[in-house]
Ligand binder design. Structure first.
Ligand code: UD2
Ligand code: MN
Length: 434
């Protein structure tokens, strides 16, 4: 009898949920959401968002885009019982048309069973309705920050409320492409320590054309901790017989990735003392590699993103100071003796405030993470250490090095510093590139 009642109750609650979702859906219309936010004649379409708002508004939220994957991707199979994911999108004053298109593309191009929920974090945008109205769409939830937090703390807030076992982060001006999600969830399901990104296609900031990005790129950086796309090293490129295979990457761009939720929590989420924008992708990437995980780009997953030339929003502490604070924190916690190259490349960072890093150093110890030297030797040997430009390996004899500073020869001395313990073959490879 008891089971009978509870079954009936369950049915009622299920039916109620369905009707509730349907009503929510019926109350939301794209047109009403976008109305009133359109440009007025004579307005500069680039002013507010650093992309052409007029073009974005014209497109509608359900446009078709070209499937930019390698043709062999279409015949790959994925597990039928993949776990679902919580999509986390943080935004600050995003244009309604791009935000809505991001959400619609997820709902249109993902198997419904894989989308547990879409969590929007409104990072204190001027109009609370930008977010609130969207929660009328089934599966979409809206959290609003009571003050500007920046993307790092906002994502952590989203992750903390996520109910799925896998987290998927997206920027608020993306369009996901055909079967974008399955390859990423599959890789994370097979090994929860993998953190995976799609190839990020380009949505033109001028005319919103969807353009395929090269499939031969990975994430890299220079010593000033400036992110850049770079060619996969030639040996790896030659060894790639299957274009659908993952690409190992030293760092991720930062905005679009899938990660197991327990792994995200185990590794210490993000450094929540980083503000607004920037640097968190290095911190996460170093941490993932050095603490037992890996980063990869999956060529069979494609997501378009509007890349901009300037930040369309303000930084309360200023753009430069914020970037320095965030990257200093990443360098001080993770880069060991290599942080000297960061300071040489970015002298203005010296003496700038970056807060306490005690908690993050404790985390690093607790997780028993490898040294940055390990990262340099095993993950990113292509990143040249500036010292090696001055110390020529040709002039290296046994344990002695001919030391130079610029054009001055300082003398023959025991090899020390970073170049000293690098495998000879690696030093040679480096020297060849000089
Ligand atoms: C890239 C990443 C971005 C982030 C950043 C470094 C991609 C595609 N994008 O910059 O995700 O990792 O590098 O930090 O890899 N936002 C807030 N609050 C703020 C500022 C920004 O919620 O105070 C939102 C913003 O609306 C957007 C997201 O954070 O949805 C990323 O910001 P962006 O698009 O300006 O960053 P992007 O693509 O230049
Ligand atoms: Mn972005």
């Amino acid at each position: 009898m008891i089971t009978h009642v509870s079954k009936k109750e369950m049915f009622h609650s299920f039916a109620f949920q369905m009707i509730f979702q349907l009503l929510k859906w019926l109350t939301f219309t794209n047109k009403a959401y976008l109305a009133g936010k359109q440009l007025k004649p004579g307005d500069d379409p680039y002013r507010e968002h650093a992309f052409n708002l007029q073009e974005s508004d014209r497109l509608g939220s359900e446009r078709a885009i070209r499937d930019t994957r390698h043709y062999r991707c279409a015949s790959l199979n994925y597990d039928t019982d993949l776990p679902s994911t919580s999509i986390i999108i943080t935004f600050h004053n995003e244009a309604r048309s791009t935000l809505l298109r991001t959400i619609k593309s997820v709902l249109m191009r993902s198997p419904p069973s894989l989308i547990q929920e879409i969590i929007l974090i409104d990072d204190f945008s001027s109009d609370p309705e930008d977010c609130q109205l969207l929660s009328q769409i089934p599966k979409v939830h809206c959290l609003r920050n009571g003050r500007r937090e920046g993307l790092i703390r906002s994502r952590v807030r989203g992750a903390n409320t996520a109910t799925a076992s896998i987290l998927t982060f997206l920027d608020s001006h993306c369009e996901v492409n055909t079967d974008w999600l399955q390859p990423m969830i599959q890789r994370v399901k097979e090994d929860h320590t993998r953190v995976v990104s799609p190839i990020i296609d380009v949505i033109s900031l001028d005319n919103f054309a969807y353009l395929a990005a090269s499939a031969d790129l990975r994430g890299g950086f220079d010593w000033s901790l400036h992110f850049k796309w770079e060619q996969i090293p030639i040996e790896q490129k030659m060894a790639r017989s299957d274009p659908t295979q993952p690409i190992r990457t030293p760092v991720i761009a930062g905005g679009i990735f899938v990660m197991d939720k327990s792994w995200f929590n185990h590794l210490g989420q993000y450094d929540t003392h980083m503000d607004i924008w920037g640097g968190e992708n290095f911190e996460l990437s170093f941490r993932v590699w050095m603490c037992g995980g890996s980063l990869e780009i999956l060529p069979c997953s494609r997501v378009g993103h509007v890349f901009r030339k300037r930040h369309p929003y303000d930084f309360p502490e200023g753009n430069a100071l914020t970037y320095i604070k965030n990257t200093r924190r990443a360098a001080e916690v993770w880069m060991d003796e290599y942080k000297q190259y960061y300071y040489s490349a970015r002298p203005s960072a010296q003496g700038k405030a970056f807060g306490s890093i005690t908690d993050r150093l404790t985390l690093r110890r607790k997780l028993n993470c490898k040294p940055f030297r390990w990262y340099m030797e095993n993950v990113y040997p292509e990143l040249r250490v500036p010292e090696q430009e001055a110390v020529s390996s040709v002039l290296k004899q046994g344990g002695s090095c001919l030391e130079t500073r610029g054009i001055d020869i300082l003398g023959l001395a025991e090899c020390r510093g970073i170049g000293a313990s690098r495998p000879q073959s690696q030093v040679r490879d480096q020297a060849l590139k000089v």
